[in-house]
Design a protein around this ligand. Structure first.
Ligand code: SF4
Length: 277
């Protein structure tokens, strides 16, 4: 292939739909308990890449993002093999120039697996932390706790990842402004290269959505604690369409990530920012 190096590079998004468990708010294309299909799924991805690649002849790929789902439910060897296949099928920029990201759930990685991912060519880690408040994590039905997220982040640094994003979610039931502030303070103290903060959305076809629709849980928009996060719209549907916002950590401290909603958040810097692992 003869890529024109002066043109903007293309990006590949590869979806890995396997998760340890299903979070109650999640309406992504993700499944728990189907890990036995992982190997066949990877083979299918590779065939799909082979079919798609001719249409991208002449295009330099400078970004690859594995999202989900939780890609790190697959072994580092499987992910490395998949990345190698993508490099063979597409004209991917050299390792020193390409940004290659995988999403990760804290409970699916340790220092050894992260070192193996780095060695396989992954240059960036995007970790689904969501909150450092155990109450909020329980409300979100996340499988991991705050300690696990801290451990995984430290492991990523020890393994050598120099580019780490942390995903956060605000507006969960029971979350207070103080809780969100503590999560932000801890996040900034850790010093990730990027933070993606999302307003929780209530999707109807999820366990959380059904609890809200059935009156088991109040609409978050009726909670004073979360009014700041929802814009105070008063109707679930009004804030269920809340937009994704991302912000770069380290630019201005936690005040950049606090209400009011008119705060000058940056638009999502990546087309893959709305995924979650
Ligand atoms: S939110 Fe992320 S980790 Fe949870 S089920 Fe959905 S894709 Fe999996």
């Amino acid at each position: 292939m003869n890529a024109d190096a002066s043109r903007p590079g293309a990006g590949l998004y590869v979806h890995v739909p396997f998760c340890l468990t299903r979070c109650g708010y999640c309406d992504f294309n993700a499944y728990a308990g189907l890990g036995h299909l992982a190997e066949r799924y990877v083979r299918a991805l590779e065939r799909e890449a082979d079919l798609a690649a001719p249409g991208w002849a002449g295009e330099r790929v400078d970004s690859i993002f594995l999202g989900g789902g939780t890609p790190t439910t697959l072994s580092p060897a499987a992910l490395g093999g998949l990345l190698g296949h993508l490099r063979g099928a597409f004209d991917v920029a050299p390792p020193a120039e390409a940004e290659v990201t995988t999403e990760a759930n804290p409970d699916t990685v340790d220092e050894a697996s992260l070192a193996a991912l780095l060695a396989a060519g992954f240059t960036r880690l995007s970790m689904g932390v969501q909150s450092f408040d155990p109450t909020v994590l329980a409300a979100l039905e996340r499988v991991h706790g705050p300690a696990s997220a801290r451990r995984a982040y430290a492991a990523a640094r020890r393994a050598g990842f120099a580019n780490v994003n942390l995903d956060l979610i605000y507006g969960a039931h029971g979350e207070t402004l103080d809780s969100w502030r503590r999560t932000l303070d801890e996040t900034v103290a850790l010093g990730p290269e990027h933070v993606s903060a999302y307003a929780l959305t209530i999707e109807p076809a999820t366990p959380l959505g059904r609890r809200v629709d059935g009156g088991v849980l109040p609409s978050p928009a009726s909670s004073a604690d979360t009014t700041w996060a929802t814009g105070g719209g008063g109707r679930t549907s009004a804030w269920a369409r809340a937009r994704t916002r991302t912000a770069t950590a380290g630019g201005g401290g936690t005040s950049d990530l606090l209400p009011p909603t008119s705060r000058p958040w940056s638009a999502a810097s990546s087309p893959w920012a709305a995924t979650s692992g």
